[in-house]
Design a protein around this ligand. Structure first.
Ligand code: ADP
Ligand code: MG
Length: 380
């Protein structure tokens, strides 16, 4: 869907290339992250795709409206740019235009009428969990995280199949960044855009990328691979250093709790009697058990100690669980949640709060050892 072939850029008046003989392909519907130290040619690479910069040498192809791969140099740059969503570094919202006007920039060029622009803008705000009131505000009236969301939404306004995102979450604090990353990944499962995503943060590259291109100074491609491959088989010393000594731990980013959880956990029903509950807990050798309602929604947990010599129904003795994990969470986030509460086992729930399994630190450790010993993990 995006294909670079031996692309080189030497800026006028300079001798060493900003991008040097770069080749890789981003398959349809995938995110490719480009990562590397500052000045290694990430932004230059991105801008060559939508022809804000022309390459000195080499070819770039993208899928055109007719579904054929076409050399961008043969495409009308105006049409090309309208068909490629672009989130520029440092957000770049127009300060004197409202959020609606900002989001409507490309749709306006495409001559959409105002009703259509507004309804598309509202739809995008819904998608990104922001209220419609924002449409009449100005960028400075929003927080950094909200502005970044608008920057992404603006790039998606005309629903382009291809998106270029230049450090889209770069300007916010780590907690909000993590939130935006998760939100965007969830969104991407629905919208399935073909995305070139630039970051200088290797953790972000690993988390967001189906593929990662790691660049060295002077735009040299050191490795282009899946995150799992890069972590398990770094191509050279540069990659090893860049990825960091904790690459085993980083592999936890690539595994979802769903893959390691116990899918048939021991659960009690809130309608069970104390007597019955105690009996099955004895049989199963469990001191604690999670309690669910008839829809498998998590109610909390009971302990054998609390039930001892009691009567009636267990929902009277059920304590609310301090935490549960969403099924899509990665093991790295899951592990940090687990370390924060001292439950030996945590429930994994779907988006309707129904218990789909349980997970504990031993399962995380086992997954990690498996990844490590097999040396690679293709399916993530
Ligand atoms: N317009 C320009 N003229 C000359 N050199 C440039 C220009 N834009 C970028 N460069 C140089 O090209 C290299 C790559 O820049 P850039 O693509 O912005 O890197 P990155 O986005 O990875 O930080 C840097 O050395 C930068 O100084
Ligand atoms: Mg840059």
């Amino acid at each position: 869907m995006i294909k670079l072939e031996h692309v080189t850029k030497i800026y006028p008046g300079t001798t060493s290339p900003a991008v040097d003989d770069l080749s890789f392909t981003v398959p349809t519907g995938e995110i490719c992250t480009i990562v590397g130290p500052s000045g290694c040619g990430k932004t230059t690479t991105m801008k060559m795709v939508n022809r804000l910069i022309e390459p000195t040498d080499g070819e770039i192809y993208v899928l055109n409206e007719r579904g054929e791969m076409q050399n961008v140099l043969e495409m009308d740059p105006i049409i090309l740019r309208r068909n490629i969503g672009y989130v520029i570094q440092q957000i770049g919202l127009f300060p004197h235009r409202t959020i609606l006007q900002n989001m409507g920039t490309v749709p306006k060029l495409l001559e959409w009428d105002n009703t259509r622009i507004r309804s598309r803008a509202e739809e995008l705000l819904d998608m990104m969990n922001m209220p419609h009131e924002f449409l009449d505000r100005y960028p400075h009236e929003l927080s950094g995280g909200q502005r970044q969301r608008i920057g992404v939404a603006r790039a998606m306004a005309s629903d382009p199949p291809v998106m270029l995102m230049d450090e889209p979450f770069g300007a916010i604090d780590p907690i909000n960044r993590n939130l935006l990353q998760n939100e965007f990944l969830r969104l991407q499962q629905e919208i399935k855009k073909t995305i070139l995503f630039v970051t200088h943060d290797i953790d972000e590259a690993i988390k967001m990328g189906d593929k990662i291109a790691i660049l060295n100074a002077n735009g040299q491609l050191e490795q282009y691979d899946s995150p799992a491959k890069i972590l398990s088989e770094p191509a050279n010393e540069f990659i090893e250093d860049f990825v960091g000594a904790d690459r085993t731990l980083k592999q936890l980013n690539l595994i979802r709790v769903e893959e390691v959880m116990d899918k048939k956990p021991f659960l009690l029903q809130s309608t069970q009697s104390v007597e019955e509950a105690l009996q099955v807990m004895d049989e199963e050798g469990q001191d604690y058990a999670y309690v669910v309602d008839s829809d498998r929604r998590l109610q909390g947990y009971v302990s054998r100690k609390d039930l001892k010599e009691k009567s009636g129904w267990i929902d009277e003795y059920t304590t609310t669980a301090a935490t549960s994990l969403p099924i899509t969470m990665n093991l790295r986030d899951a592990l940090s949640e687990m370390l924060m509460v001292d439950y030996s086992t945590i429930c994994v729930v779907d988006n309707r709060d129904r218990v789909r399994g349980t997970v504990n630190t031993a399962m995380v450790q086992e997954a990690l050892m498996e990844t490590h010993s097999s040396g690679k993990r293709e399916e993530v």
